[in-house]
Design a protein around this ligand. Structure first.
Ligand code: NAD
Length: 486
């Protein structure tokens, strides 16, 4: 299924790292070796950017409708190979095959959306203040797009970046997530099979500092789109900003889910579990802060604990969630829980690695519920990116809203209530890029703009048609006619 060594895709060819470097990728489900991966560095990145630069003008000169048809061919091929892609996603992440298949479906939808954007790519026509003058805007490609992604939903992350970048007429260099090398590799193979011109989509494998940083610093890259942590986003903004490179940042979250005293508690508990623990909590939109009205706090906590006790952890379709992506991620979470415990927090459930024979070789964290944490403590402010969530009490709506907004992040938020008044006011006033009523802190769709406020991003939105603004330049065109020449 996967080659022993996952290579880069540069200029339509599979190539190892120039210096022969490689690293090992382990299966999160059982800690066994999955494959080796090209360990790229600045020279590999330079080769990929050079190939993209050469390929881009010809790609941009293909009419967008035709570019869309080519991308559509890739989408059809992804559909034909969906089981194979899902197997790779499942092996690399440890998530259940069914969930991986669902993620491939999401990536296909995203590809379909952008393939048909080739028939639109709207500009604007408007009036002019002068007679005999016509004013309009057209979209121009930027040039070479540098794309950097996280590993949590690997095939969706690849699709979110490459399809909008390419439909706009850019060539792309994707620095893939080091923990999910095979997913991007197979997309490179599909691009090749479908006749995407060489150099239009280049895929670089490797670590962030070694392969991501040179891409961000490369003077020929005109736009960087990054999905990852706020910490790395801050570095990227600084480095790319230095040369006025356009930057789109999709960063972390510490998302609040509010449960009011008039909520359907059973329904709310179901959504807390899904929001906090699905994909092992490795979602930027995961609900890591659950704010519950005093009046229903005790019964709701009891309900959550009852449901958490029934969660099954493992890599199969019969499980609720799988392992986290690597051993160091697991260690970081365990350390964060220990630190919170030392500061007086109460771990109500989980808080430990699963070390029974079925789990001990994989990177499994028990579903973890914590209470008694100060809203300004480290655990309340820092994203852990794992199956860990914290309960907070609030006396009323105003206090719950204030708590939800007491965060350096602002990606998503949800409220559970039967009151239209509370629901609407929450959506108005919660400081987040996504607000949800009576469901989870997620559910974004490929045709909708996703992104956050504060430290969850830099104000851009992807995907949706809004992503076209990330990957294209607007040009004003004025046409003047001379009536004397009629
Ligand atoms: P990370 O920031 O460590 O890594 C993300 C990517 O950046 C990887 O490909 C990595 O190799 C690369 N990278 C690391 N250092 C770099 C550097 N100095 N220069 C250039 N590239 C560098 O994040 P992670 O731990 O892999 O992923 C989890 C994070 O991603 C969480 O914070 C999560 O919330 C966020 N995320 C956000 C969204 C969103 O849409 N907002 C979606 C998914 C994940």
């Amino acid at each position: 299924m996967l080659p022993e060594l996952i290579p880069n895709w540069i200029d339509g060819r599979e190539v190892p790292a120039l210096d022969g470097g490689r690293f090992t990728k382990l299966r999160p489900a059982d800690g066994r070796l999955l494959c080796e991966v090209a360990r790229s560095r600045a020279a590999d990145v330079a080769a990929a950017v050079a190939a993209a630069r050469v390929a881009q003008p010809a790609w941009a000169s293909i009419p967008p409708v035709q570019r869309g048809l080519l991308l559509h061919r890739m989408v059809v091929r992804m559909e034909q190979r969906r089981e194979e892609i899902a197997q790779i996603v499942a092996a690399e992440t440890g998530k259940a095959p069914k969930e991986a298949l669902g993620e491939v479906g999401g990536a296909i939808q995203c590809g379909l959306f952008y393939a048909s954007e080739g028939q639109r790519l709207y500009g604007r026509t408007t009036t002019s203040g002068m007679p005999n003058k016509y004013a309009m805007t057209v979209r121009m490609p930027i040039g070479v797009a540098g794309l950097i992604i996280a590993a949590n939903t690997p095939i969706a992350n690849v699709a979110w970046k490459i399809f909008p970048a390419l439909i706009c007429g850019n060539a792309a260099v994707l620095k893939n997530a080091e923990d999910t090398p095979g997913t991007a590799w197979i997309v490179g193979q599909i691009a090749q099979e479908c006749g995407l011109p060489a150099g239009v989509l280049n895929i670089i494998q490797g670590y962030g500092e070694e392969a991501g940083a040179p891409l961000v610093a490369h003077p020929d890259v005109g736009v960087i789109s990054f999905t990852g942590s706020t910490e790395v986003g801050r570095i990227i903004q600084r480095v790319a900003g230095e040369r006025f490179c356009r930057v789109s940042l999709e960063l972390g979250g510490k998302n609040a889910l509010v449960v009011c005293d008039d909520a359907d508690l059973e329904h709310a508990a179901k959504w807390v579990l899904l929001s906090a623990f699905s994909n092992a909590g490795q979602r930027c939109a995961a609900a890591s802060r659950v704010i519950v009205f005093d009046a229903v706090y005790e019964p709701f906590r009891a309900l959550l604990l009852e449901k958490i006790a029934c969660l099954r952890v493992g890599p199969g379709d019969e499980h609720d969630f799988g392992p986290v992506i690597n051993a160091s991620q697991l260690q970081a979470m365990l350390a964060a829980v220990e630190a919170a415990r030392a500061e007086g927090a109460t771990v109500l459930a989980g808080g430990r690695r699963l070390d029974d024979p079925e789990h001990r070789d994989g990177f499994y964290m028990a579903p973890t519920l914590i209470e008694g944490v100060d809203p300004d403590a480290e655990l309340s402010r820092c994203e852990l990116f794992g199956p860990i969530t914290t309960l907070y009490r609030a006396p009323d709506f105003a206090a719950a809203l204030a708590l939800a907004n007491r965060s350096p992040y602002g990606l998503t938020a949800a409220i559970h209530t039967r009151s239209i008044h509370r629901a609407v006011r929450f959506c108005e006033q919660v400081q987040a890029g996504v607000a949800v009523v009576n469901a989870g802190t997620y559910g974004s769709e490929p045709h909708m703009p996703f992104g956050g406020v504060r430290q969850s991003g830099n104000g851009t939105r992807e995907p949706g048609t809004e992503a076209l603004d990330v990957y294209s330049e607007l040009k004003d065109v004025y046409i003047n006619i001379d009536p004397a020449q009629l």
